[in-house]
Design a protein around this ligand. Structure first.
Ligand code: ADP
Ligand code: ASP
Ligand code: MG
Length: 914
């Protein structure tokens, strides 16, 4: 077999056509030896192009390992001392991202006081991606692989220059240049073939680890410590499986480790490459993406180390991905199972296969932050040790998500009770090599539903359709449905099993965030509840459940419509109270949009409420209610959205149904929806009752006074409403409280108008329509199906003045009609009574009225002063003495206060602690 330099392969077709072996220099300790990488097989003959392709199938590292005899004899006396004296550390790519970080890592290694240390290291950050990219370019026959390879060389050359000098620098540089030359030749071969096999790719991509390990070892040696680097391909033997995974061969690896140790090291610090390994046939392979954690776990098991420390760029395992949930908390400890479930379901802080090897020997794993050595990290071990620490008892420890999935639903009545259906489904899936991430089958056996990565779903669908062609044609299966764009959300916790109600809370939080669940699975271990949701809902769902279990903040995305007197006052009230709500009540109100009739202001992170008026002027864009709605709802990061309608517009009220349907909560003082057309009102209420979307409108009656809530409280606790009677208009209350015989009615109206107690046109108050709307709202709330139009309303606007063109004209002519009211007042007075303008809901006769009535002077309505409202509820329980609510029922401050308290009620309904 000829032995050549790899750089020549591509250049020499004759050589490419034959079998050859390449000598690759390897450094073991300080010794430079050579490994042989063998390509191809000598027996078969075939055409040149076929040969290039087939030879790319299997580069084999014969290397030093196969140069060793694999018996157990110890050749130079270094016997491997396994056990507690060993500490295993693993440093992720970000930990060795540049020369400064590599120095920090060396510092951690040097300072560890364990008597023996094995350090597993990843490639420098991004290098593995760069290596995969090289292959991608080369096999796409894109020449730029050469410049990309130069960038790889340059990155390592520059780092080495910053870290090393003298012999160390020279030998590393020699190795680096040699590797790069070989890679160049290999990539050239890939370029010619237009194809790279898995083993060829694995050989190429593993170089990042070879370089980082050698550099780190050299830096540790600089401190005077005896330190050897280990090419893990000489030790770790793994068996490829069908599912793009590898299984460690522990027995073989153990043998090779003994051998490696006997030949190489008496040193107590070993820096080993993560990620890479060999097959039993000595073909270089990898443990697949992010596999260095797995390498470290296997090493921990091989050495029986007392601990495995995984160093990364976060303080430990968080209760949820910290990039998605800003108030995720660090978990002090996790059981092996919990850690496994978290990592399997997407917490990429730990590779899912890290657990099994160390669990076997009870080796604890500690996840720590290289950038924050003071943080203790997360301990993963057999038992949950209750250190009195917080959250140790939490039934749910953490949440994780997996994106880019599709659901496959195989459905049909012919599946029930037919053995082998599931097996047939999954063997068809297996044939296309798809990875099933979760399965859910209803106990009726009517359907089997499972999730696969989106990129595999097409093949799965084709395989199933072909496998079940007959069953589909015969109607035994009704359909094979594919639901794309899904994500998995999983809750993980060992104590879920013994804590009832966990799933109820979990699902409740999702329902409150208006998230639709497509499929559910709970393993019988009960360490995990998994749901499938739409991809666009995933982060909202994650945040909703996380905040429910961790009692972190309930965050509301708010859109405020109508920043006039009431809306503006509300915004100011929110501004003044926001900090207290956040700190003390854990409610985070974020106004992400404000819209008037002409301009709107939007801000994803929340509008600065100390400047909203200026911002509205300076940065406001043209108002568009549909765009506004989409913006408030389209915010995927805040689980709950609410529209606060502070207008009196029927047009805005007509949007409520659509908003509620889209899962947007509605809070409003606008009376138009609840007193508008009955069918529309009933439709809204019906929708609201069926969904978890809330609609609050306390401020529609009596501003901030608790009227609707009182009425609801009575009804919900089983009381029966007989009659609701009240003075519902602050203006009319003022007018009659002051119409005591000293001035004419028109004078009192003029005075009220002057003081700003009336609408600009007082006819809007005197007509009684506003009171009629409130009566309609209360009647409907009490269960009566009343319409505004059918309500008899006694208007105080004299008929001839209804047509006046202006308020001024009306005010001018009003004194002409004083006499009638004067007369009525005198008659009442003579009878010891007063006049009051009231609304009545007669629940017994099922009708409502708005009229001017007389009350005895000792009646509560007669004692009113100022512009107060008063409402009397006569019920089965409050029959002799009605339940009375009295107080200021108009004005911007109290109305805004009423809206504000509805917003907070919404937050409590959504899970804020009360
Ligand atoms: P390394 O290169 O060190 O192996 P990884 O990027 O593989 O680092 O893993 C660490 C990252 O995992 C963190 O930066 C964090 O963003 C992410 N991550 C996702 N879920 C979690 C979680 N539940 N807890 C901690 N980190 C998480
Ligand atoms: N460097 C490899 C990767 O990026 C392995 C690892 O870092 O865990 O996939
Ligand atoms: Mg990782």
């Amino acid at each position: 077999m000829p032995v050549v330099s790899l750089a020549k392969i591509a250049a020499s077709p004759a050589l490419a056509a034959g079998d050859f072996t390449v000598r690759v220099p390897c450094i073991y300790g300080k010794r430079l030896v050579s490994s042989r990488v063998s390509f191809g097989h000598s027996r078969r003959r075939s055409s040149v192009s076929q040969r290039v392709r087939s030879e790319l199938q299997s580069p084999r590292v014969l290397g030093s390992v196969t140069d060793l005899s694999l018996d157990n004899s110890v050749e130079n006396g270094h016997h491997l001392p396994k056990g507690d004296s060993w500490a295993v550390h693993k440093f992720g790519g970000t930990c060795v991202g540049n020369s400064e970080r590599i120095k920090d890592v060396a510092g951690v290694v040097i300072n560890d006081e364990s008597s023996r240390k094995l350090v597993v290291v990843s490639a420098m950050a991004k290098v593995t991606d760069m290596m995969y990219d090289l292959i991608h370019r080369a096999q796409s026959r894109d020449d730029s692989y050469l410049s990309a390879l130069d960038a790889v060389l340059e990155k390592h050359r520059a780092t080495a220059l910053e870290l090393l000098d003298g012999d160390e620098l020279a030998s590393f540089s020699a190795r680096l240049h040699n590797d790069i030359n070989n890679l160049k030749a290999m990539l050239r071969a890939i370029y010619i073939a237009g194809h790279a096999t898995e083993s060829f790719s694995d050989f190429v991509v593993g170089h990042g680890e070879l370089w980082s390990a050698q550099m780190l070892a050299a830096v540790v040696r600089k401190s005077g410590l005896d330190c050897t680097w280990m090419d893990a391909r000489d030790v770790l033997v793994v068996v490829p499986t069908s599912s793009n995974q590898v299984d460690p061969d522990f027995a073989e690896s153990e043998k090779r480790l003994e051998k490696w140790f006997s030949l190489n090291s008496s040193s107590k610090v070993i820096i080993a490459t993560g990620f890479i390994a060999s097959t039993p046939q000595n073909i270089p392979t990898t443990l697949k993406r992010d596999g260095s954690d797995f390498s470290a776990a296997i090493m921990g098991a091989l050495f029986r180390s007392h601990q495995l420390t995984i160093w990364t760029d976060v303080d430990g395992v968080y209760s949820a991905d910290p990039r998605k949930v800003s108030d995720a908390v660090i978990l002090k400890s996790l059981s092996y199972q919990e850690a496994w479930e978290m990592s399997y379901f997407g917490a990429n802080v730990l590779h899912p296969r890290t657990i099994i090897p160390v669990m076997k020997y009870d080796i604890p794993i500690v996840i720590r932050n290289i950038f924050n050595l003071s943080a203790p990290g997360t301990m993963i071990c057999r038992q949950i040790e209750d250190e009195g620490g917080y959250k140790l008892d939490a039934p749910v420890k953490g949440f994780a998500t997996i994106d880019n999935l599709a659901l496959v639903n195989v459905e049909g009545t012919g599946m029930a009770g037919v053995p082998g259906t599931a097996s047939a489904i999954f063997s068809a899936v297996k044939e296309v090599g798809a990875n099933v991430i979760m399965i859910s089958q209803a106990s009726s056996e009517h359907s089997v539903c499972f999730a696969v990565p989106e990129k595999e779903v097409k093949a799965v669908s084709e395989a199933l359709n072909s496998r079940f062609r007959q069953a589909l044609a015969g109607g035994r299966l009704s359909q094979i449905e594919i639901i794309p764009n899904c994500s998995i959300l999983a809750a993980v916790g060992q104590k879920m099993a013994s804590t009832p109600g966990v799933s109820a809370t979990f699902f409740n939080a999702l329902a409150k965030a208006n998230i639709n669940i497509r499929a559910i699975a709970q393993g019988c271990s009960e360490f995990n509840i998994t749901v499938v949701v739409k991809r666009e809902d995933c982060i909202r769902a994650l945040r909703a459940v996380h905040s429910r279990f961790y009692l972190s903040r309930t965050t509301l995305a708010m859109g405020i419509i109508g920043p006039g007197l009431i809306g503006g006052t509300l915004l100011d009230q929110i501004r003044d109270q926001a900090a207290v709500l956040k700190e003390e009540f854990k409610i985070d109100l974020r106004v992400i949009g404000i819209t008037g009739s002409s301009k709107m202001l939007l801000s994803e992170s929340g509008i600065d409420l100390s400047r909203w008026r200026e911002l509205m002027k300076e940065e406001g864009e043209s108002a568009n209610i549909e765009k506004f709605t989409q913006y408030v709802k389209g915010n995927h990061f805040i689980p709950n959205s609410v529209m606060v309608d502070c207008t009196a517009e029927a047009g805005i009220a007509s949007c409520y149904y659509d908003w509620l349907l889209r899962g947007i909560h509605v809070v409003t003082p606008n009376k138009k929806a609840n007193s508008g057309p009955l069918d529309q009102y009933l439709k809204i209420r019906d929708l609201q009752r069926k969904s978890y979307t809330h609609y609050f409108y306390e401020a529609t009656v009596g501003a901030g006074l608790p009227i609707i809530s009182t009425l609801r409280g009575l009804l919900e606790t089983g009381d029966k409403i007989l009659r609701i009677e009240g003075i519902f208009s602050g203006t009319l209350s003022y007018l009659f409280n002051n119409f005591v015989g000293t001035r004419s009615f028109s004078d009192v109206v003029a005075e009220a108008k002057q003081a700003g107690f009336t609408e600009p046109d007082p006819r809007d108050d005197l007509s009684g329509t506003d009171v009629a709307r409130k009566v309609t709202i209360l009647a409907r709330e009490s269960g009566l199906k009343l319409d505004l139009d059918s309500l008899p309303v006694q208007s105080l606007v004299p008929k001839p003045l209804q047509a006046c063109a202006s308020a001024e004209e009306f005010m001018q002519k009003l004194p002409q009609f004083d006499e009638e009211l004067s007369k009525q007042r005198q008659e009442a007075e003579a009878a010891g009574e007063v006049l009051r303008y009231v609304g009545v809901v007669d629940a017994v006769a099922k009708k409502g009225t708005v009229e001017l009535k007389r009350y005895k002077k000792d009646h509560p309505f007669a004692q009113l002063s100022g512009a107060d409202n008063i409402i009397a509820f006569t019920t089965k329980r409050y029959k002799e003495q009605p339940l009375i609510v009295r107080g200021p029922g108009a004005g911007a401050q109290v109305t805004a206060g009423g809206i504000f308290s509805d917003i907070l009620r919404l937050a409590f309904y959504l899970g804020a602690p009360s």
